[in-house]
Design a protein around this ligand. Sequence first.
Ligand code: SAH
Length: 221
Amino acid sequence: MHSLELRGIGMTSQRTRDRLARRLARAGIDDPRVLEAMAAEPRHLFLDEALAHRAYEDTALPIGHGQTLSQPWMVARMSELVVREAPRRVLEIGTGSGYQTLILARLVPEVWSVERIAALHRRAAERLRRLAAHPVHLRLADGGHGWPEAAPFDVILLTACASELPEALLEQLTEGGVLIAPLEDGDGQQWLTRVQRQGQGYEYQRLERVRFVPLLEGVIR
Ligand code: SAH
């Protein structure tokens, strides 16, 4: 019913998503697997009906509880950084709507994702059950603790911004593993950051300026 209505106004059409993928390519996303995934997956099903018509604009949109579905370019960019590592197991902190999780499921064999807000976690779980390329592992928890029983991970991706990286997350990386996260500097600026585990140490690489909601502690039931 719902999707029929949307189809009626052309929102679910392949052409709309192809146009988004072309726009992302022009904006510098060049991994064909990422562009393919973004052209294939229905972002409009991750938004409330009232916002669904804006799903293929390159903009962040609210998903309730003060949280946002990241801008498509940001999802594409982070996905590109993830697939570059050719990971087998990826842990995402901040499931949110589940859209980034869905894209990851197309690109990575094992996806684990943690969300701290119960309502978002439940809704994402329902969508991903229907849509994900293969089952993903979801948990309602404070992602600052990672997912110790499932560790280590080749890549850990944060979709919320930390001022300091939780030690538990760094410890759950494989040797050579990579963490990708927005990190806040002393001036309150957020930077997308790549951190690679190397022996006893970690190598930090600052990428571009970004804007994310904050990483918060505790669980909201
Ligand atoms: N990738 C999501 C982005 C959602 S915004 C999407 O595409 O929709 C970031 C999400 O991180 C929010 O849902 C927020 O509740 C969640 N979050 C913030 N701090 C967290 C924490 N400590 N553990 C788990 N999730 C957290």
